[in-house]
Design a protein around this ligand. Structure first.
Ligand code: ZN
Length: 158
């Protein structure tokens, strides 16, 4: 999380990498959240709530984000045998952690949110905390996503 921005970035950047299908960009940019959702189903991780801090070291810790990025990069190369596509997909996967690092802790929506752990749950948490500001959330989540989707639609039509 934040989810919307990642989707917006995939749409926004699609015209720059037209040979890579949008579904691949969307899965790549949201991979860490997809892993988080699976782990939440098994009760291993949880989103921040109004009262509780998040638990998401396996999907969103820096160490595991690198592990998932390397795994996704390797898998993409095994499937596609295309170095260009591999590097782009790897970049999109890791972009998720970078954006979450900028946004977290997202105290505007979740007062008890923390930054992202460097290793696992009890390690140091880091983040720039941009989503503590309402105006940053509105611009970063909604306006970026809206512009991304609009640019994508115009690119599809032209
Ligand atoms: Zn996330």
């Amino acid at each position: 999380m934040p989810g919307l921005t990642h989707i917006g970035i995939a749409f926004l950047l699609q015209p720059l990498v037209p040979s890579i299908p949008i579904w691949a960009l969307l899965i790549a940019t949201e991979l860490l959240d997809i892993i988080c959702i699976v782990l939440m189903i098994f009760g291993i991780e949880r989103m921040p709530t109004k009262e509780k801090a998040p638990i998401a070291p396996y999907s969103h810790g820096l160490f595991m984000a690198v592990v998932w990025t390397v795994s996704a990069t390797f898998l993409t190369f095994m499937i596609s045998n295309n170095l260009y596509m591999t590097l782009i997909i790897g970049g999109f996967v890791f972009s998720h952690w970078c954006l979450d690092f900028i946004a977290s802790p997202m105290t505007y929506a979740y007062p008890n949110d923390t930054g992202k752990p460097i290793l696992f749950q009890n390690s140091r948490k880091i983040g720039l905390g941009l989503w503590s500001s309402k105006i940053a959330v509105i611009i970063g989540e909604y306006i970026v996503t809206l512009i991304g989707v609009l640019i994508y639609i115009v690119w599809l039509i032209l």
